[in-house]
Design a protein around this ligand. Sequence first.
Ligand code: GCU
Length: 687
Amino acid sequence: RVTDYDDCWLQYDTVEDPTIRSSYRTRCAHVFASTEGPELGVARDELRTGLSGLLGRDPHLWMHPPRSVDGFLAVGRRERMAVVRAAVDAEEIDELHEEGYIVRSVEWEDKDCLVVTAATDKGMLYGVYHLLRRMAARRPVADVDIVEEPTTEERLINHWDNPFRASVERGYAGTSIFDWEQLPDLRERYRDYARLLASVGINGIVLNNVNTQKPARPGANPAIAEMEGWQLLQGRNLPKVAAIASVFRRYGIQTYLSVNYAAPILAGDLDTADPLDDDVAQWWADKADEVYDHVSDFGGFLVKADSEGQPGPYDYDRNHAEGANLLGRALEPYGGRVYWRAFVYASHKDRSVQAYDTFEPLDGEFLDNVTVQIKNGPIDFQPREPISSLFGSMPETNITCELQITQEYTGQGVHACYHVPLWKETLDTDTYADGEGTPVKELLAHRDGQGLAGVGNVGEDPNWTGHYLAQSNLYGYGRLAWDPDLDTETITDEWVRQTFGNDPDVVEAVSDILHDSWPAVLDYTTGHLGLMHMMYNQGDVLENHYNPSPGEWPGYHGATEDGIGVDRSEYAEQFHSPLSERYASVEDCPDELLLFFHHLPWDRELDDGTTVVQRLYDNCFEGVEEVRSMRDRWTELDDRVDTTRHRHIAERFDEQLAHAKHWRDTLVTYFYDHAGIPDARGRVPRD
Ligand code: GCU
């Protein structure tokens, strides 16, 4: 099937090694797969596509166990297939999570068989993706025994797409892939997107931007483009939502909408949205009925309230629990869920402390079907932040961690910046909420209504994500959401092999590039000591947060003549001990967060004997060299990677290098202008 867009990690190149190919063919050239259930239909399609690529010939699909063959692949329920019963005990299936699966080799009637089974069709689909992923990485299938279950229940993609205008608020990959004018007519690309998401275990998708209304009030974020996402709740648009949901449902993905808190006024004819008003409650209940009439398995609502100009319960002197529970009650009869964002701040005081101040006192007051969605850090997806102090502070509340897949502050569609290590750092950080050994990831695990939400990076571009290497962030997000314990190296290796093939030199070079990319961005955009918001913050949504402009928001990084950084001891206090003491102490605070938590003199000496300002200089210079070496590594692959992708990425690296120099020169000059201390190594900004 020819499309005008990329297959990303679902390429399925034919296995060249004859030994591996023959082993794969023995077990997978014949497939005995159940046909019941929509997801099983999908699983069969995926096997047909994947295996025909991998094996270099179409697999034979059977409705019964094939005879006269050396082996086969069986995909289906235990109760329906003797070969599955031979491989798997009934108790194993009983104990399996509903999205879990088993992939196991077994000898059955003298044949070398491979079994993929699960308790549900969805589990089976995930099992098929696992098997194909394994084969794409050329790993053995002769002797396997895999039992897999997701660690988190809710694994969502959040689109910041503005319906009807086709723009994506922080999108760097072209316009929105959702064509709301054309809907309910469907595009094939929706299905291919669902394939990508399901293959990494995503099980929910929010279709539209959290900003559902053009902000018209003081304090509104001027960067937000015009949008009218609230209109999706209008009856005339629900068939469009239903059409998209029908595609994603087949891949085990539930559909959600971002809604406007003032919807009863905007989409209805009430004159209030007060959460304690009976008419308002009735309006939401009726709206939920209507939505579920169209989409029987609708996931629920995502809400940005009282934030950056969006309306919310504060408009009626109500708190966020009262606000969120109103929607929770409306969705409750249908099993729907409210994701209520904790991204709330006002401009009058340090932003870092505000989410905690707002939400922690409300712990225990949210309904079971309400989840508080917390950004990884307290500010706003900066290249690096400490974790949000809300993690570990709301034990009686369902929480989810919001990560940004799209590279708003990390080079947008131009710079290579692999976010997986950044996310790992957040997820692995110990909150000490329940004593030592309570990392963020554990607080998100094994509970309905908990998990991860990732702000998506997909758009209409032929490569989906603007930069070919940014596909790794979408892939890595899904894999990490499924299992936050996976290490970065495993995820990277999987992605590179599936995307660029198994040539060891390519695997090594691309893995190294990804691995080096985030530290490089940290170096030249922040000086790598915990600074943030050094970028241009004015103007249009398409322009800001890309170029350096450190003078613009001095409150965030605190540069003065005597020093740099911000004293955030108040924020440090919001953590459990010993994290609070660690962050509060200049000596114990990790270097990479030092200037986030402390305002220090420019000439303050660090552990290794360098001064603050010298380290900032060194890191900015170092960052450029890191980009240069990533670019050179990539250049060397010119005869190993197809021309289209090689050229695209090479051009991006040229642009990144030039931009990294611009960042370095701007920051170094800025530091020098404030500190008045020259670089000890005598370097001057150069071209
Ligand atoms: C950032 C981002 C906005 C977005 C907001 C949010 O401020 O720049 O575009 O709307 O976060 O997460 O709600």
